[in-house]
Design a protein around this ligand. Structure first.
Ligand code: ARG
Ligand code: MN
Ligand code: MN
Ligand code: MN
Length: 311
């Protein structure tokens, strides 16, 4: 397999400094060697650089930066996929999902998204209580939500090409009131922590895939917010919520998705190496690397995926 890595040192989708350091901190912790040891042909495309535009929209903090960064990121994602590589994007805050998913869907219209997160990131500028764009990417990407937005200068390059029917949430436990209404109105596939407890992560993943990829033919994209994990295991993140996925559940989810042979894009976002003491930071970075490895073929049974194991 061939993998391309893009770093996105971007933190203007929220208000805490430090998330922009994550791509280089995660690289320094040995990410590339870990991926190469899986037998992958790894190419690092470096970090995104962009020109911010000078625009502003009500209750969307730093939209000019978000727009500039995600436009460039989308173009880079399209290049990497056209080079025949799967893509790993390291954020940065979750607003960068606008760019990675836009780039993926422009390359292949037949995609499905697993949004693994404590939060739904489904606000618009009219419903957000924070004005932080990292709480809005899913609403920007999906066609069903298009009517709920005003005209957004600087975002003309981005068309909502994705149907909300092709998105599944896993790990939810902090959903705003309006986000809950939208989930219900559109019947969005959403597995919260109580579903993980009831069914187990294995069945949750397969139930999610059955909903968003019933014919097993879509190009899969995981947008993994590190705050989906329990803060005891991944404390260094800006909006932690207690009672989350264990690292084991996160790894299991990624292993199962890898085994579809259609996991072509992974985002790993919201690691903040400026939050907490060194031990917290090390725990969070190593959790992120474990999640990534599992998504690119590391299995705890050994390096090779065993044949004939189907459940
Ligand atoms: N729902 C809250 C908001 O709109 C929190 C979003 C947190 N998002 C994230 N990607 N960590 O601001
Ligand atoms: Mn998120
Ligand atoms: Mn989150
Ligand atoms: Mn299993």
């Amino acid at each position: 397999g061939k993998v391309g890595i893009i770093g996105v040192p971007f933190e203007k989708g929220q208000r805490k400094g430090g998330v922009a350091l994550a791509p280089d901190v995660i690289r320094s912790a040995g990410l590339l060697d870990e991926l190469k040891s899986l037998g992958l042909d790894v190419r690092d495309y470096g970090n995104v650089e962009y020109d911010p535009s000078d625009i502003s929209v009500d209750n969307m903090s730093h939209l000019g930066h978000v727009a500039g960064c995600t436009q460039r990121l989308s173009e880079m994602v399209q290049c990497v996929l056209q080079d025949g590589r799967n893509i790993l994007t390291i954020g940065g805050d979750h607003s960068i999902g606008i760019g990675t998913i836009d780039g993926h869907v422009k390359t292949n219209k037949n995609i499905a998204i697993l949004w693994i997160d404590a939060h739904a990131d489904l606000n618009t500028n009219k419903t957000s209580e924070s004005g932080n764009v990292h709480g809005m990417p899913v609403a920007l990407l999906t066609s069903e939500l298009a009517d709920y937005w005003p005209y957004l200068p600087g975002m003309d390059w981005q068309q909502p090409m994705l149907s909300i029917r092709n998105v599944a949430y896993i790990g939810l436990r902090s959903v705003d009131r309006y986000e809950r209404l939208v989930i219900e109105k559109f019947g969005i596939t959403a597995f919260g922590m109580e579903d993980v407890e009831r069914f187990g992560i294995h069945r949750v993943i397969h139930m999610a895939l059955k909903k968003i990829d019933p014919d097993n033919n879509k190009s899969l994209h995981v947008s993994f917010d590190i705050d989906s994990l329990d803060p005891l295991e991944a404390p260094s993140t800006g909006t932690p919520v207690r009672g989350g996925l264990s690292l084991r559940e996160g790894i299991h989810a990624m292993e199962e998705l890898y085994r579809t042979c259609r996991l072509n894009a992974v985002d790993l976002v919201e690691v903040n190496p400026k939050i907490g003491d060194q031990k917290s930071i090390d725990l969070t970075v190593s959790a992120a690397i474990h999640i990534i490895q599992a998504g690119f073929g590391y299995t705890r049974r050994g390096l090779k995926v065993p044949e004939g194991v189907t459940d």
